[in-house]
Write a protein that binds this ligand. Structure first.
Ligand SMILES: Cc1cc2nc3c(=O)[nH]c(=O)nc-3n(C[C@H](O)[C@H](O)[C@H](O)COP(=O)(O)OP(=O)(O)OC[C@H]3O[C@@H](n4cnc5c(N)ncnc54)[C@H](O)[C@@H]3O)c2cc1C
Length: 433
């Protein structure tokens, strides 16, 4: 048994790094254990095409209070995206093209029908614990699409607009999509902008490093945790290498889909245990494609299952070429490292494009994520997730996957990291821990 810490934080994504920073600057001794050889988790500012590119979570917004506060404190600006006025969308087997206004006119009435009851279902989006989402919690995204009586063309247009957020219509809960819209005034477009439009200048690593730079926590990389045991006097954390560390409390800030790989004593009980065992179903892929030449900036959308790539956006001109960020709703349906496969999928929209290179991180195959951002199965968003946000004695959970507001995002990760740190600090101060 090594040194005794006040808190061991497990997982150094945005949630764990925030919790460790807040607790350590509050004079607590904190050990931050991270399985990978880097911090950042599902955000990853990697190297590709001779520059730095975000291969995981990327976009933030000024409506996200925790992210925005940190960006302002550290003087980090947002990057201004390229102006795009060309959209391609695949519907009923044909590619349609128009300006953003024309595409918006095609999608807006359909999205309005899909999200019509978002605010009514979540009238207090900031207090989701108090919400009775009722019938919608039992439904899937597919149930809602099926209920709208859409023509085949309308269905493909709406499906394509939602496709970035969907891996499986049959497994993803309707409640989370409605909740996301509700937190953005009930407006899907507002949600879409908040979730997927504004990158951080210099990448997410800049924000991460700024927060980590303030931390007094001791960081150990390449240290996966195998087990956490709670007893009357504290917690014992055991690493896969067999090291045992004692602390007064532990914060588990790992992805929902990896939580089941850590042996917890006592275990998680009730509906939350079922949620952990089943995991969340998001198995999408994000990849970058370098296209030859400086092309006119564009967006492209295709319905789930309609094309290997379901959403694409030209994000940078770089050394005379174009860098396009792409999302595949089913990571297994496209080999993102296969230039030819990516080129064929993009040629659906632009028949002449030439893919020079691709860049990608396999978040689904990565044992420390086992999926991309969270999308909760029916019943979990207002059922099991709030239970995991509750302290489990000396054991606390944090992470974007269980956030109460921006669930599935960097903001949610930072919010839960900060709120969990406050809860733990209070328990350390009053002697409960
Ligand atoms: C492709 C992709 C695109 C995304 N796009 C966006 C976006 O544009 N905007 C946005 O806001 N969000 C986006 N997200 C989601 C966002 O990245 C996540 O919600 C957020 O980063 C989660 O942070 P976290 O700290 O909760 O979890 P993670 O970042 O997953 O951190 C958890 C950490 O726990 C570690 N860990 C796991 N198991 C163990 C173990 N046994 N022992 C020790 N450590 C362990 C992991 O290695 C990891 O570092 C995206 C995610 C992906 C994958």
């Amino acid at each position: 048994m090594t040194h005794v810490y006040d808190v061991v934080v497990i997982g150094a994504g945005f949630a764990g790094v925030t919790a460790a920073r807040d607790l350590s600057v509050d004079e607590h001794s904190v050990l931050l254990l991270e399985a990978r050889d880097r911090i950042g988790g599902r955000t990853y500012l990697g190297e590709a095409f001779g520059r730095r590119l975000d291969l995981g979570g990327t976009y933030v917004h000024w409506t996200q209070p925790h992210v925005w506060r940190e960006l302002r404190r550290h003087g980090i600006p947002l990057a201004v995206p390229l102006d795009i006025d060309r959209v391609y969308w695949l519907a009923e087997g044909a590619v349609h093209s128009g300006t953003r206004t024309e595409y918006g006119a095609a999608v807006a009435p359909l999205a309005a029908r899909f999200f019509a009851d978002a605010r009514a279902r979540f009238p207090l989006p900031f207090a989701i614990e108090a919400v009775d989402a009722g019938k919608v919690e039992a439904q899937t995204v597919g149930d809602r699409l099926d209920s709208l009586g859409l023509s085949p063309y309308e269905r493909d247009v709406l499906d394509g607009a939602l496709a970035t957020m969907v891996h499986s219509y049959d497994e993803q809960g309707l409640a989370q999509l409605l909740f996301w819209a509700a937190t953005n005034f009930g407006d899907w477009n507002a949600f879409f902008e908040a979730a997927g439009f504004w990158p951080i200048e210099g990448g997410t690593g800049r924000l991460l490093d700024a927060v980590m730079g303030e931390s007094e926590a001791e960081l150990r990389l390449s240290t996966p945790v195998r087990a956490v045991e709670v007893d009357d006097s504290g917690v014992v954390v055991t690493t896969r290498a067999g090291e045992r560390v004692r602390a007064r409390a532990a914060v588990l800030a790992v992805p929902l889909n990896t939580l089941g790989d850590i042996e917890l004593t006592p275990g998680i009980a009730g509906p939350a245990s079922g949620m952990v065992a089943a995991g969340h179903p998001m198995r999408t892929a994000k990849l970058w494609a370098r296209l030859r030449g400086e092309l006119e900036p564009f967006y492209a959308f295709a319905p789930v299952g309609g094309n290997g790539i379901n959403a694409a956006r030209l994000e940078h001109h770089h050394e005379g070429d174009s860098l396009v960020v792409c999302f595949a709703s089913d990571a297994a349906a496209l080999d993102a490292r296969d230039r030819g496969a990516v080129q064929a999928a993009l040629r659906t929209f632009l028949p002449d494009v030439e893919v020079v290179d691709t860049a990608f991180h396999d978040w689904v195959g990565d044992e420390f994520s086992q999926g991309t951002w969270v999308h909760h199965r029916p019943g979990n968003l207002t059922g099991a997730v709030p239970l995991l946000r509750e302290p489990h004695g000396r054991l606390h959970f944090a992470g974007g996957d269980i956030a109460s507001l921006v669930v599935g995002g960097i903001e949610g990760a930072m919010e839960t990291g900060a709120s969990t740190a406050r809860t733990v600090a209070a328990a350390l101060a009053d002697g409960t821990h």
